[in-house]
Design a binder for this molecule. Structure first.
Ligand SMILES: *Cc1c(COP(=O)(O)O)cnc(C)c1O
Length: 370
C-alpha cells in the first residue's frame, strides 16, 4: 500500500457536535427514521426552498425513488449526461428504462442542450441534469427543452447542496432534486441522501415507496405498493443535523480554497481552471481542472502521488464504461467532449482543513508535473 498522502483529496470535517447529536439519539431509543430525520428534512427543505424533503440512504436511492415515484418504467427513455458518476444512469436501467447518454459542454462539464436536442425521441419521458462538481448546470435552456419535449426534470444535485443559480438553490428547479451526504459532498452523514420537491402528489408517492409501500392505519400498516426500505437512520440524520448547522461555514471554506487555486493557477500553462457562470454560486465539491490534450493525466496523478499529494480523475464518461458500451452499442469517443473530460480532467485536493500554503504546494507540484 502507498503511504498516506500529505495533502488529501478530501477530508470530512466533524467535531464534538456530531457526537453530541448521536448521543441524544442513542439515549432516546429511536434508532430508525425519527425526529432527527424530520429535523434534517426541515433544514434541507428550508434551505432549498421546496415544500417537501425526504431523507434516503444515499443520493442513488434518492434518484431511484424519484424515478419510480415519477412513474418512469420499461419503454421510457431518460436523458442523462454522459459525464457523471454511473449512479445517475444506473437507476434508469434499474427501472427497465433506457438512459440516453447526452454529451457535455467542455467549458462547464454540464449536459449540452444541443446534444440533448439531437438525442431526444418521442419515447423520452425525463431528463436528469447533473450539476457537475457543484457548479449549477445552465438550467434556463434545460428547463426550456424539457418543456418543449414534455420531460420531467429530476436534478442530480448530489454535489450541489448550497449551490445557487440566479438566486435559486439547485434541487428546486425540477419535479425533484436529489442530494448526497457521502463524505465528499457539501455535508456528510457517512452515507445518506435527500429528495426535495414541491409537488404534493410526487411527495405522497415518495413517502409511500420509501417505507415498504405501507400506510399507517391504527397500530398497523396497509400495504398499497411494493415499496422499498430507503429510510435514513436517525443516528445518521443526527450527524446531518450537526453538519447542516455548519453548511455556510463549510461552503465558505471550500470557496476560499477554490479562490486560492484560481489565483495560484493563473498563467499555469496546460491546466484550465473551472469557470463559474454569471449568476451562479459553486459548492466546489471538487476543484476540477482540464489538462491540455497532449498531457498524460494519469502520469500527472502518479507524479503528484509520489509527491504526497492525492488527486484523481474528474468523473467518468459512461459510454466508455463496459456496461453502457455493451448495452447500448457505444464506442469510446462517441460522446467526444465527455470522453475528452474523462481522460483529461483532474480533481485537485480541496477540503475545509486546507490552508493557503497547501494550495501553493499542490500548484507547484502540478506545475512541475506538467
Ligand atoms: C456522489 C454522486 C452520486 C451518488 O451519491 P451517493 O450518495 O454516493 O449514492 C450520484 N451522482 C453524482 C453526480 C454524484 O456526484
Amino acid at each position: 500500500m502507498d503511504a498516506e498522502p500529505r495533502i488529501w483529496l478530501t477530508r470530512p470535517q466533524t467535531d464534538e457536535s456530531e457526537i453530541d447529536e448521536i448521543r441524544e439519539v442513542l439515549a432516546s431509543g429511536t434508532l430508525t427514521q425519527g425526529p432527527k430525520v424530520a429535523a434534517l428534512e426541515a433544514m434541507v427543505a428550508e434551505l432549498v426552498g421546496t415544500t417537501h424533503a425526504f431523507a434516503t440512504t444515499s443520493a442513488t436511492t434518492a434518484l431511484h425513488l424519484s424515478l419510480v415515484a415519477a412513474g418512469i418504467g420499461p419503454g421510457d427513455e431518460v436523458l442523462v449526461p454522459d459525464f457523471t458518476f454511473p449512479a445517475t444512469a444506473n437507476v434508469v436501467v434499474q427501472q427497465g428504462a433506457v438512459p440516453v447518454l447526452v454529451d457535455i459542454d467542455l467549458d462547464t462539464f454540464a449536459m449540452s442542450v444541443d446534444d440533448l436536442e439531437r438525442h431526444v425521441t418521442p419515447r423520452a419521458r425525463a431528463v436528469m441534469p447533473v450539476h457537475p462538481f457543484g457548479l449549477p448546470a445552465d438550467m434556463q435552456p434545460i428547463l426550456a427543452a424539457a418543456e418543449r419535449h414534455n420531460l420531467a426534470v429530476i436534478e442530480d444535485a448530489a454535489c450541489a447542496l448550497g449551490a445557487t443559480y440566479h438566486g435559486r438553490q439547485t434541487g428546486s428547479f425540477g419535479l425533484a432534486g436529489c442530494f448526497s451526504f457521502h463524505p465528499r459532498k457539501s455535508i456528510t452523514t457517512g452515507e445518506g441522501g435527500m429528495i426535495t420537491t414541491s409537488d404534493d402528489a410526487l411527495a405522497e408517492r415518495i413517502r409511500l415507496l420509501r417505507s415498504h409501500g405501507g400506510v399507517r392505519e391504527g397500530g398497523r400498516f396497509r400495504f398499497e405498493a411494493a415499496g422499498f426500505n430507503y429510510r435514513l437512520s436517525d443516528i445518521l440524520a443526527a450527524v446531518g443535523v450537526a453538519q447542516m448547522r455548519k453548511l455556510d461555514a463549510f461552503l465558505a471554506a471550500r470557496r476560499r480554497v477554490a479562490g486560492w487555486y484560481d489565483r495560484a493557477l493563473e498563467g499555469v500553462a496546460g491546466a484550465r481552471r473551472p469557470i463559474v457562470l454569471d449568476g451562479s454560486a459553486h459548492t466546489y465539491q471538487s476543484y476540477v481542472v482540464l489538462l491540455d490534450e497532449s498531457i498524460d493525466r494519469d502520469a500527472v496523478i502518479a507524479a503528484l502521488r509520489a509527491d504526497g499529494i492525492e488527486t484523481t480523475l474528474g468523473t467518468y464518461a459512461l459510454h466508455d464504461q463496459p456496461f453502457f458500451a455493451n448495452a447500448y452499442g457505444l464506442r469510446p469517443g462517441d460522446r467526444p467532449n465527455s470522453h475528452r473530460a474523462f481522460t483529461g480532467s483532474l480533481a485537485l485536493p480541496l477540503h475545509g482543513g486546507m490552508v493557503e500554503p497547501d494550495v501553493d504546494e499542490v500548484v507547484a507540484a502540478l506545475r512541475a508535473a506538467l
